[in-house]
Write a protein that binds this ligand. Structure first.
Ligand code: FAQ
Length: 325
C-alpha cells in the first residue's frame, strides 16, 4: 500500500479521508513510520505511552542501583551493573523512538521531573534486602517481558523494533533474577525466609504493572483500534500468573494470595482481588518511594548538566571545523 503523505492544505474532508486511509493501513497490519501521515491523536497517544515506558526504564534503575555496592559477590555485582546499564540503554532507545514523533528529550524529562508524566508504579517500592534484587529480575522483568512481547507487534514501527531488542535483554534479566532467587530459596533457612519475604512484598505490585482491569482502562479501546495494544491488561496479567505460579512451586515459595487456586475448567489460575486503592495512591505520587525516586532523577539530571554542555560544545566545534574545511 502507498505511503500516506500529508498534502499542503488539509481540509476537514481531506483529514477524514486521511484518517480512513491511516486506519485501513493499520487494518492490513502495515506499520506506521515516522514520515507517514498520522492523526494528531495517534501521535500524542504514542508519545504518552513510549515516553512513560522510557521513564519506567530510567527510574527503574534506582531500586536496583541501591544494591550495587552491597551485591554479595563480584560475579553478582558485575551482572547487576550490566543489567542496570541495559535499563539505561532501554530508556535511551525509547526516548529516541518517542523523539521520532516530534517531541524532545528535554520536554519528556521536564514532564518526568515536574511529576506530570507517569512511570511504572512498581518502581516506587523499596529494595530492602538482596532477595529483592532477585525478585525484581524474576517478577518485574518477567512481567515486563509478558507485556513487551505483545508490544513487539505494536503499530508504531520504531517502538515495535525497540521492543524486539529490549525483550531479548529482559530475558537475560529475568534469568539472572531467577538464578539469584533460586540460590536463596534453596539455601539456608534464613535465605529462604528472605526470598519468601521479598515475594510477599513484590507479588501484588508486580500484578499491578499490567494496569487497571480492562473495564477500568480508559486507553484500551483506542489502543486496540490503532493496534498499539495487542492483548488486554487482564489477559497479559493472567498469562503472567499462569507462567509464574509453577516457578514459585519449583522454588518452594508461597505466593501471598489465599484465593489463588487452579481452575480445571478454564485451565488457568484464579487469583484474589488486587488492591486498586493502593495502585492509584502509588500512581498519584503517594507510594513509599515516589519522592525519593523523583529527587534522585532530578539531581542526577542537574549534576549531569556539564556533561551535556560539554558534548554540545564538542559537537559544535566539530561542525565548525567540518564547514571550515
Ligand atoms: N504504573 O488505560 P490504561 C520495566 C496508568 S518497564 C503507572 O490501562 P494503558 C523494565 C496509565 O498510564 C515497565 N501508571 O493505560 C524494567 C493510564 O494513565 P494515562 C513499564 C499506570 O496505557 C524492569 C492509566 O493508568 N512498561 O519494568 C500503570 O492503555 C526492571 C489508565 O491505564 C511499560 O510502560 C502502572 N503500572 O495501559 C526496568 C510498557 N498501569 O497515561 C527496570 C508499555 C496503568 O492515561 C527494572 N506500556 N497506568 O495518564 C503499556 O503497555 C501500557 O501503557 C500499560 C497501561 C499496560 C502499562
Amino acid at each position: 500500500m502507498a505511503e500516506v503523505e500529508k498534502p499542503e492544505l488539509v481540509t476537514a474532508t481531506d483529514e477524514a479521508a486521511l484518517e480512513a486511509t491511516f486506519q485501513a493501513r493499520l487494518d492490513t497490519e502495515t506499520r506506521v513510520e515516522p514520515r507517514d501521515w498520522m492523526p494528531e491523536k495517534y501521535r500524542k497517544f504514542m508519545i504518552r505511552q513510549i515516553s512513560q515506558h522510557a521513564h519506567s526504564e530510567y527510574v527503574g534503575m534506582l531500586p536496583e542501583g541501591n544494591w550495587i555496592t552491597r551485591a554479595p559477590t563480584l560475579r553478582r555485582k558485575a551482572a547487576l551493573l550490566a543489567k542496570i546499564q541495559d535499563e539505561a540503554g532501554h530508556a535511551a532507545y525509547l526516548y529516541s523512538a518517542a523523539e521520532t514523533l516530534g517531541t524532545s528529550r528535554d520536554q519528556m524529562l521536564e514532564d518526568l521531573h515536574s511529576g506530570k508524566a507517569k512511570y511504572s508504579s512498581i518502581f516506587n517500592y523499596p529494595t530492602l534486602t538482596w532477595a529483592d534484587i532477585g525478585t525484581i529480575g524474576w517478577l518485574v522483568d518477567g512481567a515486563a517481558i509478558v507485556n513487551q512481547v505483545a508490544l513487539c507487534r505494536t503499530s508504531y514501527g520504531p517502538y515495535a523494533r525497540a521492543m524486539v531488542r529490549i525483550c531479548k535483554e529482559e530475558s537475560f534479566h529475568q534469568r539472572q533474577g531467577f538464578e539469584i532467587i533460586t540460590t536463596l530459596a534453596h539455601g539456608a533457612p534464613e535465605q529462604k525466609a528472605m526470598a519468601q519475604d521479598a515475594l510477599n512484598r513484590w507479588w501484588w505490585p508486580a500484578l499491578m504493572m499490567f494496569g487497571p482491569h480492562d473495564a477500568d482502562s480508559p486507553n484500551s479501546e483506542i489502543a486496540f483500534k490503532w493496534k498499539v495494544k495487542r492483548q488486554s491488561n487482564d489477559d497479559l496479567r493472567q498469562r503472567f500468573v499462569d507462567m509464574t505460579i509453577p516457578q514459585a512451586d519449583y522454588l518452594g515459595l508461597t505466593v501471598p494470595d489465599p484465593d489463588l487456586k487452579w481452575n480445571g475448567e478454564t485451565g488457568q489460575y484464579d487469583f484474589g482481588a488486587i488492591d486498586w486503592e493502593e495502585f492509584w495512591r502509588v500512581v498519584k505520587g503517594d507510594g513509599l518511594c515516589n519522592r525519593d525516586r523523583l529527587d534522585a532523577r532530578r539531581s542526577a539530571h542537574e549534576e549531569g548538566a556539564w556533561v551535556r554542555e560539554a558534548a554540545l560544545a564538542h559537537a559544535g566545534k566539530k561542525r565548525a571545523a567540518k564547514s571550515a574545511a
